[in-house]
Design a binder for this molecule. Structure first.
Ligand code: NAD
Ligand code: 0WE
Length: 257
């Protein structure tokens, strides 16, 4: 499906990261995978993970810096010649922004940081990569239904995800003529390390699992395999979309017994 495609993965932090499952699926299906990581703290893990998954290149990049985004894209463009795909699996809000009622915790600075890292970073990355994308390249980001419907505590992350999903539509509209596709996967809750730091995440996970049509939580592997599909030519007719990998949760207005 993605045999020989050169795909950059941004947002791998540890073995629980959704990006880890995406990388594993891409590698399993023959892709050449490269990684960027946020800072030195992740270096050892990334190098280890990479050598167990095809031994692709790794590069440090803090997405809050335009200079580092440029450096990242230029590094892979030079090493690979062209880029066939990018996976953006990044989200961040200061922890005080995603705990409690929005009117009690939202701040101008919290809003700015959350939108910068969770939404602009995707736009900045794609913008820099455009000159190096191959024909039929595919870009992908990760989102959550809290962008569309209010979710307790998700708060400003929901606003940033709404912005991210709109960004996917705008980039897909103008990059389509170059053959470049841009989509997002809206995943149901998954117990990643970031998520397990969130108060009440376990009960949210259980509630989601019992209320969703499939009556179980989705796995990171299911997201990984959908990502492989969206990065492959099998999905050549799909762009600008938010693809839900959530066991069907989003199609219900009320829980069925
Ligand atoms: P994760 O913590 O494993 O991944 C988040 C990544 O963002 C980390 O690799 C971190 O290093 C990176 N990051 C944060 N700030 C950065 C910066 N300034 N520069 C570079 N990298 C930075 O958690 P995850 O759950 O795998 O999240 C990945 C994506 O999936 C996020 O967009 C998240 O919103 C989305 N998502 C998660 C869930 C869930 O339940 N876990 C559900 C739906 C969508
Ligand atoms: O997008 C996310 C979470 C992303 C996230 C996680 C953290 C934890 C550590 C962003 N910023 C931070 N900041 C930190 O300091 N998800 C979709 C998972 C998630 O997070 C929630 C959820 C769900 C689901 C937060 C509140 C309510 C629901």
């Amino acid at each position: 499906m993605v045999n020989g495609k050169k795909i950059l993965i941004v947002g791998l932090a540890n073995k629980y990261s959704i990006a880890a499952a995406i990388a594993a699926s891409l590698h399993e299906h023959g892709a050449i995978v490269g990684y960027s990581y946020q800072n030195e703290r992740f270096e050892k893990f990334i190098n280890e993970f990479s050598s167990n998954n095809g031994g692709g290149l790794t590069f440090k990049c803090d997405l809050s810096s335009d200079k580092e985004i440029k450096g990242l894209v230029n590094f892979f463009a030079e090493e690979w010649g062209e880029i066939d795909g990018i996976v953006h699996s990044v989200g961040f809000a200061p922890s005080d922004q995603i705990a409690g009622n929005i009117e009690d915790c939202i701040t101008r600075e919290g809003f700015a940081i959350t939108h910068d890292i969770s939404s602009y970073s995707f736009a900045g990355l794609i913008k820099e990569a455009v000159p190096f994308f191959s024909e039929n390249a595919s870009a992908l980001t990760l989102t959550y239904v809290g962008s569309q419907e209010a979710t307790p505590n998700y708060n400003v992350m929901g606003m940033a995800k709404a912005s991210l999903e709109a960004s996917v539509r705008y980039f897909s509209a103008t990059l389509g003529s170059k053959g470049i596709r841009v989509n997002s996967i809206s995943a149901g809750p998954i117990k990643t390390l970031a998520a397990s730091g969130i108060k009440g995440f376990k009960s949210m996970l259980n509630k989601h699992g019992s209320e969703t049509p499939l009556r179980r939580n989705i796995t990171a592997k299911e997201v990984g395999d959908t990502a492989t599909f969206l990065l492959s030519d099998m999905s050549s007719g799909i762009t600008g979309q938010t693809i839900y990998v959530d066991g069907g949760y989003n199609i219900q207005a009320m829980k069925f017994d």
